[in-house]
Ligand binder design. Structure first.
Ligand code: NDP
Length: 320
């Protein structure tokens, strides 16, 4: 699409609503069962037109939830900058149809105030995020990780105050262990800013949220659960069956190391492929369907480096 061409969202974007949306815990919010993450493929190093095409495809097919964080890129902050550009170019008329999240908790800027869980960091970080994203507020703000060195009340009260200030509508927690999560749920309830959702890594190769009781706790408490890296960064697809493609995350990025492509994994993938064939599922669809079948999972938060990948992933909700 020419960069100057005006984007108009597909009129059919909610035609699959019955299959696509699920209630997030016991809240009033519906989220798409497949949501789109901006960790990779939306940074300053990525072609803007490709990022743009992926978001158009997403929104045109009812994916209303885009997930960001302060340091997504690379470089840090640039995924939010890309999002801000997308808002200006295409999505401003659709702001109220979008559910946008961002996070703070990992390293973002140098010095003692650009990392971890202090009030100073969280509030300054969200202000920066809003400026980069050209938004007045986000729908959802997350603590990206638990910081055992900051009093839990300091982190949580900063989050409550962010909601009170109108900078976020809802609160989320990501990667916290179960015990502090329990404290957080209680604290936020008492402050009338209840926890909406937990974001954790859950896929067929990594089942800790199930094993550690986090998913069960969220389900019991009426808190939504969104699974990140549902395809194990691409391991649970056909991407690495025959080798390591030059344009793949494994070839380009230190987050996915070639040592994870083991003979055991390849056997597992071939089994999954054979199983999928009977249901006319790709490996990716098998992997996503497994997560979506877990009771209490609201959404899978996929990444995609092409429209074709996103289309493959999204079809799990019409074909599960
Ligand atoms: P995935 O597990 O979905 O991996 C995405 C990658 O898998 C793509 O970049 C692509 O790799 C490959 N892929 C995706 N779909 C297909 C397909 N159908 N066929 C073949 N290959 C495919 O998720 P991510 O690890 O990217 O994480 C998703 C989101 O979760 C992030 O963007 C972020 O929003 C969130 N997240 C949150 C974290 C947290 O701490 N809270 C941590 C990590 C992620 P390739 O690029 O090689 O084409």
């Amino acid at each position: 699409m020419d960069i100057q061409e005006k984007y108009t969202a597909s009129e059919e974007r909610y035609d699959n609503a019955e299959n696509l949306y699920a209630r997030c815990g016991r809240s009033g919010v519906l989220l798409p069962r497949v949501s789109l993450g901006f960790w990779h493929n939306f940074g300053g190093v990525d072609p803007y037109e490709r990022s743009r095409a992926i978001t158009h495809y997403a929104f045109d097919h009812g994916i209303t939830h885009f997930d960001l964080a302060n340091n997504y890129g690379p470089p840090y902050g640039s995924a939010e900058t890309t999002f801000g550009r997308l808002m200006d170019d295409d999505f401003r008329p659709y702001r109220d149809e979008l559910f946008i999240s961002t996070k703070a908790g990992y390293d973002m800027w140098p010095g003692p105030y650009g990392d971890h869980g202090s009030r100073k960091y969280l509030i300054a970080s969200l202000d920066q995020s809003l400026r980069r994203m050209h938004l007045d507020y986000v729908d959802l703000f997350y603590s990206h990780r638990y910081d055992p060195d900051t009093p839990i009340e300091e982190t949580l009260q900063a989050m409550v105050d962010i909601v009170r200030a109108g900078k976020a509508l809802y609160l989320g927690i990501s990667n916290w262990p179960l015990q502090p999560l329990k404290k957080a749920v209680k604290y936020l309830q008492e402050q009338h800013a209840p926890l909406l959702i937990y974001q954790g890594r859950l896929n067929m190769l990594h089942r800790k949220p199930i094993e550690e009781g986090i998913l069960e706790f969220c389900r019991e408490q009426g808190i939504g659960f969104i699974a990140y890296s549902p395809l194990a960064q691409g391991l649970l697809t056909d991407r690495y069956l025959e080798g390591i493609p030059a344009d793949s995350r494994m070839a380009k990025d230190h987050f996915l190391h070639p040592y994870s492509r083991t003979p055991k994994l390849l056997d597992y993938l071939r089994e999954l492929q054979a199983k999928g064939e009977t249901r006319q599922h790709t490996i990716a669809q098998e992997a996503l369907a497994w997560i979506l079948e877990q009771e209490g999972v609201t959404s899978v938060l996929v990444g995609a480096s092409s429209v074709a990948q996103l289309a493959d992933n999204l079809s799990v909700v019409s074909r599960a």
